[in-house]
Design a binder for this molecule. Structure first.
Ligand code: AMP
Length: 251
């Protein structure tokens, strides 16, 4: 069973995001970038399936500027076997539909039994690419997976839904998107980081897959969230209740 894992290079989860002064987007100059955390969980899961003998090959793919090679090398240091970079210009804005179309073209060529990907990219928070890819391919999908069990050609995906868990049964080929509790990704070891540098990495363009990257959406404005007012400490429960009654008016 071949597994395709799409990985996106995004602003590191621990970096404080700054909006550009003209509101046209986020400040990305000199900002630490990393592999999207949900994609790291997807690659970890794919590698565990390979270690259990349930997968034969893990192919990692990224759509983005040349520097996205770093995200692919990180994914290969965790255990991906080879990478495909669909290189775009630094200034290109890549929307989920364009990524889904490219991934569909790659899936048509690579014929994976499973595409294991993040539920969302933490930069745009779209939560769309997996669902769009499932629709384009006409494959079943299990989103927000907190557990994956494979039994022959059937994948059981436990999903985190409002108020509990739901388990769906998918026939391969299928799309599964990862939630936070699926696993804890390992730290790549130094020998594996060195090995990853030598793993095959193909460089392609969107045109190679017949996909037009022109955006269909226009971002009108990006703004910082309103600054929260400082809290106060109360001395007693009675004071808290009084403040909730009089100041907050919620009691
Ligand atoms: P999104 O729909 O943008 O929130 O992204 C959901 C998932 O789609 C991510 O976690 C990735 O697995 C995949 N994805 C999105 N954009 C890209 C990209 N440019 N390259 C590779 N994978 C991507």
């Amino acid at each position: 069973m071949k597994i395709l894992v799409p990985v996106k290079r995004v602003v590191d989860a621990y970096v404080k995001i700054r909006v550009k002064p003209d509101g046209s987007g986020l400040e990305l100059a000199n900002v630490k970038m990393s592999i999207n955390p949900f994609d790291e969980i997807a690659i970890e899961e794919a590698v565990r399936l390979k270690e259990k003998g349930l997968a034969t090959e893990v192919v990692v793919v990224s759509v983005g500027p040349a520097k996205s090679q770093e995200a692919l090398r990180s994914a290969m240091a965790i255990g991906g076997d080879r990478g495909i970079l669909v290189e775009t210009a630094e200034t290109d804005v890549i929307e989920p539909l364009a990524v889904a179309k490219i991934l569909k073209a790659i899936a048509d060529i690579e014929k994976p039994a499973l595409v294991l990907m993040g539920k969302q990219a933490i930069d745009d928070d779209c939560n769309q690419t997996g669902q769009m890819l499932a629709a384009l391919l006409g494959w079943p999908q299990g989103t927000f997976a907190s557990k994956i069990a494979i039994d022959g050609g059937v994948i059981h995906v436990t999903r985190e839904v409002d108020g509990g868990l739901e388990t769906v049964k998918l026939k391969t080929p299928a799309i599964v998107t990862t939630d936070l509790r699926l696993n804890e990704p390992r730290y790549p070891t130094l020998p594996n980081i060195m090995k990853a540098k030598k793993k095959p990495l193909e460089i392609k363009t969107a045109a190679d897959y017949g996909v037009n990257l022109a955006p269909r959406l226009k971002v009108l404005k990006t703004t910082e969230p309103p600054v929260r007012k400082a809290g106060i400490k109360v001395g007693s429960v009675a004071e808290l209740v009084a403040k909730l009654k009089t100041d907050a008016g919620v009691l």
